[in-house]
Design a protein around this ligand. Structure first.
Ligand SMILES: Nc1nc2c(c(=O)[nH]1)N[C@H]1C(S)=C(S)[C@@H](COP(=O)(O)O)O[C@H]1N2
Ligand SMILES: [Mo]
Length: 428
């Protein structure tokens, strides 16, 4: 087993010393003495011919769509069957513990439907714009492909993500506590271009956006957000949207809660007020301790979570170097800093970001730690460009009570036990 050295912050002096000790600069090898004890003597992986190195593999396949290696077959979306009554109005969860970097592969994006997947025929699909517009318009898919396009990498978080954890630790796995989250590169037409084509009339200030699924799911969206950065997307990670993600068209509402990201988008009505005030439109509200409710809380909070190690991704290699890795994001735009605690929030050390730093995208962080085999309480805490800090569960409960499901951005704690297993726990 080859272990990295304890510290990775190499000064020039230490680097030279290390190279010398390793024999690279000619000196005899002090480093060899402390080098990996378990040399691979008798290791069949080295000594015996491997079948894949001594034969021809399968050739290219015509007309195929590639799939992951069979050994990765466990990396799949999963559901919590008792959570909802019917799979057509249910949710699956992204396997965050098995992913690295910031992009979610299309086949692993969590799904949330209110009436199943609409199997839309793109040639028969239309997008209608009407209401307070100069001229009502109906677009075919082909029409939309003639508007200028943009590409944006955005996270989508369901407002109910982490919702089961309001009162205390519930579900054992980051897939289930935080997996109503994905991050994809979208390509589409900025909504403002399409609105400009129709022309806005005086008083226009809200949109009703509606899907073509059986639920005809609709939401009220402030016009200002629509003009700022919303996208009518038709591609994710390069290819067409997946049916479960809204093929052929979905709305992208950067930084705002997932239920506004209407899939199978078919209608946009321009109005002068949010629809929920005029009629009974389903709307996400959050019950506060004093009986009042919060609503139109569209922007997602600053949040982070350690994805590995975590209950579904235990430490299998024992003591020594341990890569702690996680994700941070914020509906304000950017997560700017993440600190990690190994003792349940007493001491914090800054994590290191790696990879793209894009507004409204996830950000990947790492802490290169040295595990001594003792019990750790692992947490991460994000800050964002608006200066907000991720709260503890106690702080969140004090501010918003325990009756809510939506917008839980509390700090998550994983207890790492000496045997390398992890558990979702509460800390005071
Ligand atoms: N037409 C339609 N759009 C919809 C939904 C739906 O049921 N129907 N679910 C919404 C909710 S609540 C969320 S969280 C996101 C989930 O997007 P995903 O399935 O791509 O993860 O889609 C939103 N858009
Ligand atoms: Mo959602």
């Amino acid at each position: 087993m080859i272990l990295p050295r304890k510290s990775f912050r190499l000064s020039r002096r230490r680097l030279l010393k290390g190279l010398a000790a390793g024999g690279v600069l000619g000196a005899s090898s002090a480093r060899a003495a402390e080098a990996p004890a378990e040399a691979p003597a008798g290791d069949p992986a080295i000594l015996e011919p491997r079948p894949w190195s001594t034969s021809l593999g399968p050739g290219v396949e015509d007309g195929s769509y590639g799939v992951p290696a069979p050994q990765e077959a466990h990396v799949v979306r999963r559901t919590v069957p008792w959570l909802t009554a019917d799979p057509a109005a249910s949710v699956s969860f992204t396997p965050l513990h098995e992913l690295d970097g910031i992009i979610t592969p299309n086949g692993l994006c969590f799904e949330r439907h209110h009436s199943g997947i609409a199997e839309v025929e793109p040639d028969g699909h239309r997008l209608m714009i009407h209401g307070l517009v100069g001229r009502p318009l109906i677009f075919t898919m082909r029409d939309l492909l003639r508007f200028p396009r943009e590409s944006h990498v955005c996270f989508l978080e369901c407002a109910a993500n982490t919702g089961m954890e309001w009162r205390g630790a519930q579900l054992d796995g980051v897939q289930f506590t935080h997996g109503m989250l994905h991050c994809v590169e979208y390509v589409g037409v900025p909504l403002r271009h399409v609105l400009a084509e129709a022309g806005l009339r005086a008083g226009a200030s809200w949109l009703l956006v509606e899907g073509a699924d059986g639920a005809g799911m609709s939401r009220s969206l402030p016009l200002a957000k629509a003009l700022e950065d919303c996208l009518i997307a038709f591609r994710m990670n390069g290819e067409a949207l997946r049916p479960e993600q809204g093929y052929p068209l979905r709305l992208v509402v950067p930084g705002w809660e997932g239920n506004l990201w209407i899939k199978w988008l078919r209608r946009i009505e321009v109005g002068d007020a949010p629809w929920g005030q005029r009629e009974e439109t389903s709307r996400y509200t959050e019950l506060l301790p004093d009986g009042r409710a919060r609503r139109h809380s569209f922007e997602m909070e600053v949040k982070s979570v350690v994805t590995s190690p975590s209950p579904q991704a235990p430490v299998r290699h024992g003591k020594g170097p341990l890569v702690i890795s996680g994700l941070a994001w914020s509906g304000a735009g950017r997560a700017t800093r993440v600190d990690v605690s190994l003792d349940g929030g007493r001491d914090w050390r800054p994590a290191r970001f790696s990879g793209p730093d894009l507004r409204f995208a996830l950000r990947r962080f790492y802490l290169d730690a040295e595990w001594d085999g003792s019990e750790w309480l692992i947490q991460s805490r994000a800050m964002d460009e608006a200066g907000r800090i991720q709260p503890t569960r106690r702080q969140l409960q004090a501010a918003r009570g325990v009756n809510s499901i939506y917008h839980n951005n509390a700090i998550q704690t994983w207890r790492l036990a000496p045997d390398g297993s992890l558990e979702n726990v509460d800390v005071e």
